[in-house]
Write a protein that binds this ligand. Structure first.
Ligand code: CP
Length: 326
């Protein structure tokens, strides 16, 4: 167990070693138990987290804000449009100044080619930890919550368990690519065999793909790709099917929509889920396009663990904050 995480940033999934992630999970399980029993756990009394949002959120905002209050501190919700950022405040100024006011800075910025750099520039100038509440490349807290949920449902020994990370159709908007990218980086380190399923135009970042393949090799797990959703689902123990934009093919919204609309049959329904292992769990980070991306029957069905996933955001975030912001 690595216990000295004080002052550390979490921007990319691999910023924490496997052993450090295990520490986070240990603490998260303990905090979940404490909350269930009503035991106080005010490890961050008088500490304040800045939560800077450049993009909307339901779960991330709610869970960070509630988490800080439960740890005895406070979270300040700041929307970028209500700040002076558009009038000239730079990342460096923000990191330096907020680092003097706050004990941690959490940022959501998913703009293509901008978000991840923004976070890293703030972190460089900040004296306090910087947390990635989702950028265009990574969504590390979502993936920690996903890992916690998988361990709860499938046990700690995940070797030889098959996880399919599949693209799914959506009509609402071209969703960020950060969730599948973070999944393929984190999950091999915990022993899962991965299959990535997507139509040809929905490839992930080639650098992430190479890293994922290297990590799988190092971990003794498998990593395969398919352009057939049903093949991907076959015999899977964990089905994680969500939409993302064809961002490595085009970033033009209209062209992207045309490509996306070719694959309306990439919906997770009971029939496809039936080809997975009978005890398979269905995962989605939410929000989902109901009856477009996934049917109500699957999303609200017995195999769905989406509400546990959403709950575990709270516990893993509290664990990271308690370990880093002390
Ligand atoms: N899963 C997730 O990050 O949800 P929000 O976009 O609502 O925060």
């Amino acid at each position: 167990m690595q216990t000295d995480l004080r002052g550390r940033d979490l921007i990319g999934d691999l910023d924490f070693s496997r052993e450090e992630v295990e520490t986070v999970l240990e603490v998260a399980f303990d905090l979940k138990r404490k909350r269930a029993l009503g035991e106080t756990h005010a490890y961050l009394r008088d500490k304040v987290l800045a939560m800077l949002f450049f993009f909307s959120s339901t779960r991330t905002r709610g869970s960070f804000e509630a988490g800080m209050a439960q740890l005895g501190g406070h979270a300040a919700f700041i929307e970028s449009r209500t700040t002076q950022i558009s009038h000239g405040d730079t990342e460096r100024e923000l990191g330096d100044i907020f680092g003097r006011y706050f004990d941690g800075i959490a940022i959501r910025h998913v703009d293509w080619g901008i978000g991840n750099d923004y976070l890293n520039n703030v972190a460089e100038a900040s004296r306090v930890p910087v947390f990635n509440m989702q950028c265009e490349k990574y969504h590390p807290f979502q993936i920690l919550a996903d890992l916690m949920t998988i361990i709860e449902k499938k046990g700690r020994d995940l070797r030889r368990k098959k996880m399919v990370v599949s693209w799914a159709y959506a009509a609402s908007y071209q969703k960020p690519i950060s969730v599948p990218q973070s999944l393929i980086l984190q999950m091999p380190r915990f022993g899962l065999d991965l299959v990535l399923a997507h139509p040809p135009e929905f490839s992930l970042d080639p650098d992430f793909m190479q890293q994922a393949k290297d990590l799988a090799k190092k971990s003794g797990t498998t990593f395969e790709e398919t352009d057939n959703m049903l093949d991907g689902f076959k015999d899977a123990d964990i089905v994680y099917a969500k939409s993302w934009g064809p961002l490595f093919t085009t970033r033009d919204q209209e062209a992207g929509k045309k490509i996306q609309d070719k694959y309306k049959n990439w919906i997770t329904d009971q029939e496809k889920l039936a080809s997975a292992h009978p005890d398979a769990i269905y995962m989605h980070p939410l929000p989902a396009d109901r009856n477009i991306e996934v049917t109500d029957g699957v999303l609200d069905g017995l195999q769905s663990v989406v509400f546990d996933q959403a709950e575990n955001r709270l516990h893993v975030q509290k664990a990271v904050m308690a370990l880093t912001m002390r």
